[in-house]
Design a protein around this ligand. Structure first.
Ligand SMILES: CC(C)(COP(=O)([O-])OP(=O)([O-])OC[C@H]1O[C@@H](n2cnc3c(N)ncnc32)[C@H](O)[C@@H]1OP(=O)([O-])[O-])[C@@H](O)C(=O)NCCC(=O)NCCSC(=O)C[C@@](C)(O)CC(=O)[O-]
Ligand SMILES: NC(=O)C1=CN([C@@H]2O[C@H](COP(=O)(O)OP(=O)(O)OC[C@H]3O[C@@H](n4cnc5c(N)ncnc54)[C@H](OP(=O)(O)O)[C@@H]3O)[C@@H](O)[C@H]2O)C=CC1
Length: 422
């Protein structure tokens, strides 16, 4: 197994990095070409993915290093436009490596499909009738997806919720569906639509919406890791990181930013693997407020040795089949780079990345502040904006960092001075 603990990976050329990742992962010439040389999709493929296609936008894919997940060294592909995100994830993962890295678990691969029923005169009696017909309802749903059922998935149970609203009391039936290695929205929506007429006959009501819920609270992923106090800058920094976390736990204004930091990591891996970023983000934020109070998705504590003990828990509706996961060539290559063979394994890696990302952000915030690390990497973008030649970028950034002035105006001045030969 190739180690992911590769000091100075970021100082290598893109070709050297690609060679390391390819080694032992067996990427084919085609996969390599989509990842690096030929970065655009064939237009016919793009046109078959979404509607009204006129072009494509490329987002860089970086590899986060230093991740050991459930004992396995794992390269993490991250698709993001934001500088310092990949560096930060690698940095925090480095602090966990000697403590065994990240450990993950999953509550299952269960999604909920909701069927909204209106105009039911006697909702409690209708609820009882639904359960009398439970087997019939489940069988009809499962007939719609024999592949999923043959893989051990399909509808496993039903729930009936009675929801009083301003104008009506609604009956909402939940199909509890095991979607295995698929995210499952199409599979669940097909089932919910197909069973709607039967639900109307049983309840005497009118079915309106038939759709998956993105609050995937039966598809929870958990990850934990110990971050070395020494690597984080000492025991005082660890204490301050815990205080920073407590701020997010009790103040929604801070929690929104704290969780944004987590999603920097999560959405980047979700995107790199061709999964639905909106579905995961909606699930994460809904889960963060499930107690009625919007909170942190992570927890940070000080363990008995004085190191930082971090954990994360959130819904993770991602697949390795379905959606764009098998059609987008870079998504397929990303799964191969990670060495992933199940949706559950992918969810664990995504949660570990979110946890690392958050720990890195909090470490910076609780010590030197976010701007040094983030802005010194963002300064490269500013130099490009200022019209710098590629060969001048390192020099411009080094000068701005030395001056501790990373404003665009100053970078523009430095760029112009270098271009004048000064
Ligand atoms: C940026 C660093 C990592 C520098 O940190 P540093 O201490 O200067 O790094 P270092 O030179 O000591 O290197 C340590 C390790 O970091 C990695 N590393 C170091 N440099 C690079 C690089 N250029 N490219 C790739 N990887 C890099 C690399 O793994 C390296 O290990 P090594 O390879 O040497 O064994 C650090 O300052 C950091 O973690 N900052 C946090 C940045 C961050 O969180 N960015 C996210 C964007 S800001 C935001 O949106 C979220 C936020 C913060 O608002 C959320 C919140 O409020 O909670
Ligand atoms: N609210 C939301 O989040 C919504 C999201 N979406 C979109 O839905 C898409 C995801 O839906 P999804 O149902 O996952 O995609 P697909 O329908 O593309 O794939 C799921 C299907 O793949 C087949 N399959 C083959 N192997 C497996 C396996 N090992 N495990 C599970 N299924 C397998 C199954 O049956 P079979 O072979 O019979 O197809 C299954 O129904 C995403 O593109 C998402 O953006 C759509 C609507 C709403």
């Amino acid at each position: 197994m190739t180690t992911t603990r590769i000091p100075g990976f970021y100082r290598l050329s893109t070709q050297e990095r690609l060679d390391i990742v390819t080694k032992g992962r067996g990427l084919t010439e085609d996969e390599l070409s989509y990842l690096s040389a030929n970065q655009t999709l064939p237009m016919d493929l793009a046109d078959s993915m979404i509607e009204n296609v006129v072009g494509q936008i490329s987002i860089p894919v970086g590899i986060a290093t230093n991740f050991k997940i459930n004992g396995k060294d794992t390269f993490i592909p991250m698709a993001t436009e934001e500088p310092s995100v990949v560096a930060a994830a690698s940095n925090a993962a480095k602090a966990t490596y000697e403590h065994g890295g990240f450990f993950t678990s999953m509550s299952g691969t269960i999604m909920r499909g909701q069927i909204q029923v209106l105009n039911v005169a006697d909702p409690y009696a209708a609820k009882a009738k639904i359960f009398e017909h439970k087997e019939e309802i489940m069988n009809l749903c499962n007939e719609k997806d024999p592949t999923l059922v043959s893989l051990g998935g399909g509808v496993k149970d039903l729930e009936v919720h009675i929801i009083p609203t301003t104008n009506h009391t609604m009956l909402v039936i939940h199909l509890i569906v095991d979607t295995r290695d698929a995210m499952g929205a199409n599979a669940v929506n097909t089932m919910a639509e197909s069973v709607a007429p039967m639900i109307e006959t049983i309840t005497g009501g009118r079915v309106l919406l038939r759709i998956i819920s993105n609050l995937a609270d039966r598809r929870l992923v958990r990850a934990r890791a110990v971050f070395s106090a020494e690597a984080l800058g000492g025991k005082e920094v660890v204490k301050d990181i815990v205080s920073a976390y407590e701020f997010a736990e009790f103040d929604p204004y801070r929690a929104a930013t704290h969780n944004k930091g987590i999603m920097n990591g999560i959405s980047a891996v979700v995107l790199a693997t061709g999964n639905d970023t909106r579905a995961v983000e909606a699930g994460a934020h809904a889960y963060a407020s499930i107690s009625g109070h919007y909170k942190s998705l992570t927890k940070f504590e000080i363990n008995a040795d004085g190191d930082l003990s971090g954990s994360i828990e959130l819904p993770m509706a991602v697949g390795i089949v379905g959606g764009a996961t098998k059609t987008h060539p870079v998504a397929k290559a990303s799964l191969k780079i990670m060495g992933i063979s199940s949706a559950e394994e992918l969810a664990g890696c995504i949660a570990a990345t979110g946890l690392a990302q958050n720990a890195a952000g909090l470490r910076a915030l609780a010590s030197e502040g976010i701007q040094r690390g983030h802005m010194s990497l963002h300064a490269r973008n500013l130099a490009v904006m200022a019209g710098a030649a590629k060969s001048d970028i390192d020099r411009i950034v080094a000068q701005a960092v030395a001056e501790k002035d990373l404003r665009y105006d100053r970078i523009l001045e430095i760029t112009k001075a270098i271009q004048r030969g000064e």
